[in-house]
Design a protein around this ligand. Sequence first.
Ligand code: SIN
Length: 524
Amino acid sequence: MRKIYDIIIIGSGISGLSAAIFLKEAGFNILVLTKAKNVYNTNTNLAQGGIIGFTENDDPTVLKKDIMHAGSNFNNESAVDIFVEEAPKLVKKFFIDDLGVQFTHLPDGKINFTEEGAHSVKRILHYADKTGEVLQQALFDQIKKMNIPILASHTAVDIITNNHNSEDNQELYKPREVMGLYVLDNRKGIVRTLLAHKIIVATGGIGNLYHHTTNPEIATGDGMSMAYRAGADIINAELIQFHPTALYHKDIKRFLISEVLRGEGAKLIDHQGLQFMKDYAPQKELAPRDVVARAIYNEMRKAGKDYMLLDLYNFYKGPQQIRERFSKIYKTCLKGGIDITKEPIPIVPAAHYFCGGIKVDKNGKTSIQNLYAIGEVSCTGLHGANRLASSSLAEGLLWAKRAANHIRNNFKEIEITRLKSIPDWISPKAQIQFDPLLLEQDMRAIQLTMWNYAGIIRTRRGLERARSDLNYYSYRIFKFYQDAKLEQKIIELRNAVVNASIIVNAALHNKKSIGCHYVIDDCK
Ligand code: SIN
């Protein structure tokens, strides 16, 4: 007898775990699923800067202005209105009042709100430079307390729908409905059928499609690719936010140098030690991210260098204060032989956040019945063409809450007989095991194509080249691995090439430069 869940949530970052907590409180039978062996392997856990919180010095209209300005006014205004009214208060209530998270305080006992680019008020809650770690831990503690089951090392293969999968041919003529997931048990190599009345996709971003990224290796956008195959609407896929400052180091990859360094005074300099941001924007280092990332990229190209530099030590209080305020960044850089209390930090812009994704409404509902998406994989339209720093954790929490409320108020079970007509997964007869190096090589090819042709500064010619390269990779990946024994890396590679094509096609379709979609040639 196959088990039927009320709701399955894919992903164990802030949005997935918060949704699990709210839904369990509402009495549902839920399961959280993650492909990672280590459930802490999430983008949330890596967040350094912080999370927008409630402060008396702020005002919803000011926050709205900042979000819309960063987003080039391409934002979904109704999502912004909901966010500015609800998110800062919810962050305070949930994390501080309910879960007891201690953010960094000033010596006088007041919360130390910090600043990042494009914020006109100090409104960011943080815990030194490891805010994500602290939030992720608080969420896991709560998940444990509430006995919420988490199935790790299980990779979702596909979303089951009545139209695609049912053995009852009458289901083809009914509106499309999601009914569960096919999921690979990474350790045993078998595919299980998990049936559910609702699925929430909270799988995070797509950073690993790019050569330089701040995201973990597992950020291959599986949720978007699965939702796309199930027929969900995807929007704004061309809008990839590049963080201006990831560490540039031969051994240490994917390490963010938080925007808070610039928020607290650090300056960008070239290899001659000259500050260059004044040539690009009146707000200099604190201009919106897309502007700063492009400025750095431009300077790199002008100078023929692979990186630029961020000078903190000449502009911050003193070595001891640097070690305390930026302890994680200090220790990580030191491991790589860079003492940030004495020398500038080599930095490069890196794919950081996906502003597009699965189109959802104000309750996280997608265009398919029973399918919700929350967090980075979704597109509420809040971020417009470029996300305001430290808004994504708060968005993930708020849409988790709204999706949970919507499910609670509208929950309806799918009839058991209909679920019974979903067959189990049939594995192909041949089960070839490929050398991991081959998979690695194909992933590298996608990452370089995306970095060079669908990156920070794009040209139409480059995007066309990317489309043709990706068409070739798609053919090769789908054909070559047709008889492969299913494993996490193959699922990720297939999802990655699908997502890369979605992004490049969207970029070719949008002929106007806006926010983080920046095209420099004539796109007629
Ligand atoms: C950072 O610390 O710079 C990242 C914050 C964010 O991406 O919102």
